[in-house]
Design a binder for this molecule. Structure first.
Ligand SMILES: [Zn+2]
Length: 465
């Protein structure tokens, strides 16, 4: 009997909008209100910080310093509500959600900065929030309360203050879920992206648990430069080089823009209307490339997640690789990080698993036939030739087979598996578990060749959530 459980996930639905010019002005006014609140609150936080620092240098005691300005959203909102009559006497013209959008962004930015400084946050250091400029920032406003709904015709949405907005495409997928009661709108954001307006609904969605078509099957996916992905089944997924195809158009539009009179911060020169127009065209061309790329990735990841029970990928150091400028364009183009992100949530929706081999697993240098590990393999060598068993295979196909084999060695197959310590794992979906490769069962390292980085063959396979 098939077990079908329901689980709640956060899912976004994004639709293009057809706004009238009056509606565009209304959205821009709301986005402007968000920016005003953000900049006012940021200035206030800075002023209080500077004031306290100055008072300390005069030797004023901690108790007598100017009172701190809280960084939480409620604290910022209280300060804004007390001041809005003076700062923005026009505030009644905009939904309070507009000001909330700006204050919420600032509260999160301040928290990220503070966490980063206190080493409570992984990743690159986060700088202190900056003021938002009308010219540089993307206009956006988010609604969390009030009348947010999709009209029964599925071609219009209703948002607070902005009223009834026409959609460019049908919202039937979301409407069906809302009508069936399997989705609830948490927030709606209107923003401009690449010269077009979008509304995106963040929803809490009840999804029925599904099973992949082949729950016991494992596929290794090697992300390459020549191909977007090479599967351990031998299938080659061509690179969606939309960026290359559109490169000539992008270059031409870039030349156009560079011949126009752009802004100059040194002299304070404003950009010309023709420069603005050329840049808008360039932006639309980039947005089209991004849309095509996203579409290609979604099709691949959906297909893999629906078919295979276990998908194994490599943990690529994408930010490290992006610093290598020659590879950078290709890697950015293929959107590795996006592929990983999509596979992670789609495998969990489909009842499968995504396993990530650690960064030091020599998937390219290991022979998928006999397990011998080469000490050196130049990136230019596109074919793997084994000197021990004589295997000759495409480099990426060899790596993909090793990744698939790694999942089988460490975890067996099927939804109920044993981890490296012999414990039963019933629901491997939600909890990331590090599984050690058992010495002796490893195929790598058997021949006595030295694994790279001086590491042993205890490679970690992590099940992503
Ligand atoms: Zn071999």
């Amino acid at each position: 009997m098939e077990h079908r459980d329901r689980r709640s996930v956060t899912q976004a639905y994004r639709f293009a909008l057809d706004l009238t010019s009056a509606q565009q002005r209304a959205v821009l006014a709301h986005a402007g209100a968000a920016r005003v609140a953000h900049n006012w609150a940021l200035a206030r936080v800075k002023a209080v910080m500077d004031q306290r620092a100055a008072e300390r240098t005069y030797g004023i005691g901690e108790a007598d310093l100017t009172r701190t300005q809280g960084w939480s959203l409620p604290a910022l909102r209280r300060a804004w509500n007390a001041a809005k009559g003076d700062v923005a006497p026009w505030w009644t013209g905009c939904s309070k959600e507009a000001f909330n959008t700006g204050l919420d962004a600032l509260a999160r930015a301040l928290k990220n900065w503070s966490d980063s400084r206190l080493s409570k946050r992984a990743g690159r250091p986060v700088g202190f929030p900056r003021f938002k400029s009308r010219r540089r920032s993307t206009p956006s406003v988010r609604f969390t309360t009030g009348a947010i709904r999709v009209e029964p015709d599925r071609k219009h949405v209703v948002l607070p203050r902005l009223g009834r907005l026409k959609l460019h495409e049908s919202a039937r997928k979301l409407a069906r879920r809302l009508e069936a009661g399997t989705a609830r709108v948490v927030s709606a954001t209107v923003r401009r992206d690449g010269g077009r307006w979008y509304v995106s609904f963040t929803c809490a969605v009840e999804r029925v648990g599904r099973m992949p078509a082949r729950p016991g099957a494992t596929v290794g996916v090697d992300l390459g430069v020549k191909y977007l992905a090479v599967l351990s089944t031998g299938e080659l997924q061509p690179n969606p080089r939309y960026l290359d195809a559109a490169a000539r158009r992008l270059r031409r539009l870039g030349r156009h823009a560079s011949r126009r009179i752009g802004p100059d911060r040194r002299t304070g020169r404003r950009a010309s209307k023709r420069w603005e127009r050329a840049r808008a065209q360039l932006g639309r061309a980039h947005a089209r490339v991004a849309n095509l790329r996203r579409d290609g990735l979604h099709k691949l990841t959906t297909r893999l997640a629906r078919e295979y029970g276990t998908i194994v990928v490599e943990d690529l150091n994408v930010s490290g690789m992006l610093r290598n400028r020659r590879l950078a364009r290709h890697i950015a183009d293929a959107g590795f990080a996006e592929l990983r992100r999509q596979l992670a949530y789609k495998t969990s929706w489909n009842g499968g698993r995504l396993a990530v081999a650690d960064r030091w697993y020599p998937s390219s240098k290991t022979c998928s036939g006999c397990g011998a590990v080469k000490t050196k393999l130049a990136l230019s060598e596109r074919t793997y030739t084994c000197t021990i068993c004589g295997l000759v295979l495409d480099r990426d196909a060899n790596a993909a087979r090793n990744l698939a084999a790694l999942a089988v060695t460490v975890a067996g197959s099927g939804p109920e598996t044993r981890n490296g310590r012999g414990a039963d794992r019933k629901t491997p979906l939600a909890v990331p578990v590090a599984v050690k490769r058992q010495p002796g069962t490893a195929t790598a390292g058997k021949t006595g060749t030295v694994p790279p980085q001086g590491r042993t063959s205890n490679h970690v396979l992590t099940y992503a959530t």
